[in-house]
Design a protein around this ligand. Structure first.
Ligand code: ZN
Length: 324
């Protein structure tokens, strides 16, 4: 992946990874019908979204919302040009992800060990062992079938149980994940604690130990309203991939009224207005939001741009480039 450091904003391309079908849906109690999930993914791809985290391979008893992930992966794989990403908490999940044919697998490793024990009932050492087994499984596949393996450093910016998470710990675990066989690591602000200065500092710190090419993306939540500010800080320093969810679907049970991930619609508007190309068409995204609103009529959707509409005379960077 290239790093357009020093280039003007107008010459940049940003990859937006839509995580609503995984992070959003796992955070709400309603179970979206499989057909509606497929319609959502189809509409997102039609709008120009090129990477979607479509689900998670966890036992249905734990997350019944995502029990149909294998079927969703099969559906999404048939969409040309779409990178189909999934989350897996363990080796068994990775086996299922490989069998389903996911292009990208993210294994979350919580930097806070207390959170890891509560979330996946595993210590750091046990999780790293799990990552090693997953990496070996992938290495055993024919090269064209190997999914990309990302170690997701969750609670990297702070933890609701432990509070402050030492940056040294994030750096150590980033190195450990790479040594365990990951292709890259990602930073996750699981708890919505991050602020822009911290984003810049932590990205630099992790780069200093694993290299720039091994950290290109960030997963942000908008829990305290700093999502877009953090996204901009991440882009300014040189990250190229941002996770976001349509309508900011999801939320946090500990912060009523707080949205989940950063809102895809507002993020795309900001970037396109600044001259950064996302490849995503905003009108298409608004249609995609309608699909979501119809499927989950009682679920609050966030985001300001869909409500306000696009400014008069607005020309998105993607469209202006396409006509040149
Ligand atoms: Zn998340």
């Amino acid at each position: 992946m290239s790093h357009p450091i020093g280039n003007p904003d107008s010459d940049r391309q940003v990859l937006i990874s839509e995580v609503g079908p995984r992070d959003g849906l796992q955070s709400i109690s309603r179970i979206m019908p499989t057909a509606a999930k497929k319609a959502w993914i189809d509409a997102a791809a039609a709008a120009g979204v090129t990477e979607i985290e479509v689900g998670s391979f966890v036992p249905a008893s734990v997350l019944p919302q995502l029990a149909d992930t294998a079927e969703i992966v099969a559906h999404a794989r048939a969409i040309p040009g779409l990178t189909v990403a999934v989350l897996v908490p363990n080796f068994k999940g990775a086996e299922a992800a490989v069998a389903a044919g996911a292009h990208k697998i993210t294994v979350p490793l919580s930097v806070s060990e207390s959170h890891s024990l509560r979330n996946v009932r595993r210590t750091h050492a046990q999780m790293l062992q799990e990552v090693q087994r997953i990496a070996a499984l992938i290495r055993g596949l024919p090269s064209e079938q190997r999914p990309h393996l990302e170690g997701g450093l969750s609670t990297a910016f702070g933890c609701t149980i432990e509070g402050v998470v030492p940056e040294r710990r994030v750096m150590e675990l980033a190195v450990a994940l790479m040594e365990a066989g990951c292709d890259e690591v990602g930073l996750s602000d699981t708890t919505g604690y991050a602020h822009p200065a911290q984003v810049r500092r932590l990205v630099r710190a992790v780069w200093s130990v694993v290299g720039r090419d091994q950290l290109t993306g960030i997963h942000l939540h908008n829990t305290r309203g700093l999502g877009l500010a953090n996204a901009l800080a991440a882009l300014d320093i040189g990250l190229t991939t941002l996770d976001a969810s349509l309508g900011g679907l999801g939320g946090c049970p500990f912060a009523p009224g707080a949205s989940g991930n950063i809102v895809t619609e507002d993020l795309v508007f900001m970037l396109e207005a600044m001259g950064m190309r996302t490849g995503i068409d905003l009108e298409g995204l608004f249609r995609c939001r309608e699909v979501l609103a119809q499927a989950l009529p009682d679920e609050p959707l966030y985001g300001m741009t869909p409500l306000a509409g696009l400014p008069k005379g607005f020309v998105p960077a993607t469209a202006s480039r396409a006509t040149v």
